[in-house]
Design a protein around this ligand. Sequence first.
Ligand SMILES: CC(C)(COP(=O)(O)OP(=O)(O)OC[C@H]1O[C@@H](n2cnc3c(N)ncnc32)[C@H](O)[C@@H]1OP(=O)(O)O)[C@@H](O)C(=O)NCCC(=O)NCCS
Length: 193
Amino acid sequence: MAGQVTIRRAEKRDAAELAILVDLSSHGFASWLWQGAVVRGKGETALECGRCQLRSDDETGGWKDASFAEVDGEVAGAVIGYGIDTSIGDVEADHPVLHPLIDLQKKVVGSWFIDSLGVYRHHRGIGLGRQLLDHELERAAGRTASLITESTNEVALALYRSSGFVEVERMESVPLSADGKTHDWVLLTRSAT
Ligand SMILES: CC(C)(COP(=O)(O)OP(=O)(O)OC[C@H]1O[C@@H](n2cnc3c(N)ncnc32)[C@H](O)[C@@H]1OP(=O)(O)O)[C@@H](O)C(=O)NCCC(=O)NCCS
């Protein structure tokens, strides 16, 4: 039986747990990028680089934009959301794998972008993903909401479609290695109600 569920805003001291959940929600894509920062000498491990990025007070999509779901006081999942403004027009992807993601974000200026949503496996299927999504839709405060997911992520697509999101565009992903698989990045939006 599910315990007591609480949704709360993240604090700076949550950055390490947030790094784990951001990585989970991106199926390891985040730690692949953070590993690049290790190679450039920015930290000891990918997770340390992720924690460092997420603890930043100035980082879009950092701890200030995050919220957690807790079950009986234990972190079970997280969501990150923020408004996309016209400054996205000046953003240049600093790695080719990010090009389609930035290009898709540039199509939803003015929207509330849901950047990450993840729930630990043993807490799935009890409504936490939907509660975190609803929390972020409330934070959208009358704005169109947007997000990007993988075309292969059927569970997430089912959640988003049942919450009123519709596909508006997709772009092929850039593989992470020469023999890596590709998928489409799917941009979905939900009109303000
Ligand atoms: C996607 C995710 C956040 C859903 O979290 P969750 O807490 O299990 O979701 P909920 O219990 O709130 O279920 C919400 C909806 O998701 C869909 N869903 C959940 N589990 C599912 C499953 N096993 N098969 C198909 N659809 C499923 C359903 O539409 C469900 O709605 P319903 O209960 O009304 O049928 C979670 O599976 C996850 O963290 N996955 C890995 C990371 C990820 O893919 N994040 C999204 C990146 S864009």
